[in-house]
Design a protein around this ligand. Sequence first.
Ligand code: MG
Length: 169
Amino acid sequence: MENDIPPFRIGFGYDTHRLVTGRKLMLGGVEIPFEKGLLGHSDADVLLHAVCDALLGALNLRDIGFHFPDTDPRYKNADSRLLLKDTFQLVKQKGYALVNMDATIIAEQPKINPHIPAMQQVIAPLLESRPDCISIKATTHERTDAVGQGESMIAQAVVLLYQRQNERT
Ligand code: MG
């Protein structure tokens, strides 16, 4: 039975952060000009955190808070690109590589779409992939709830991983 399992693993990640004044807005590893930024122990890049959790979830490796605890001063204002890079090293150590990822950012403002190509260019090399395998979409919450009132953002991501040929038994 074990050998019948196809060499693919899917993972899902979800994250949310509050939007506050006095912080720069980092999304998908890209600094976006805006009057508010996301609040968190690290740079609070909600998209990259969701991608980290998707990668970890795919391999049943717990979650981002377990690997990069917000009680650890090393991660104060941490660049989430480095957290994603470290997370992908765990994926590689397990013998897996990325097929593709697909993510949605939910934010009322600012406009996300103009920044998506830059995010793809940042994320693809961190996952040793290509920009056309890194799908990022954006939507709003139609002015309902906290996201819709501009108080927070949400990101969701799924990844598909494949086991490298030489790791298969
Ligand atoms: Mg987070």
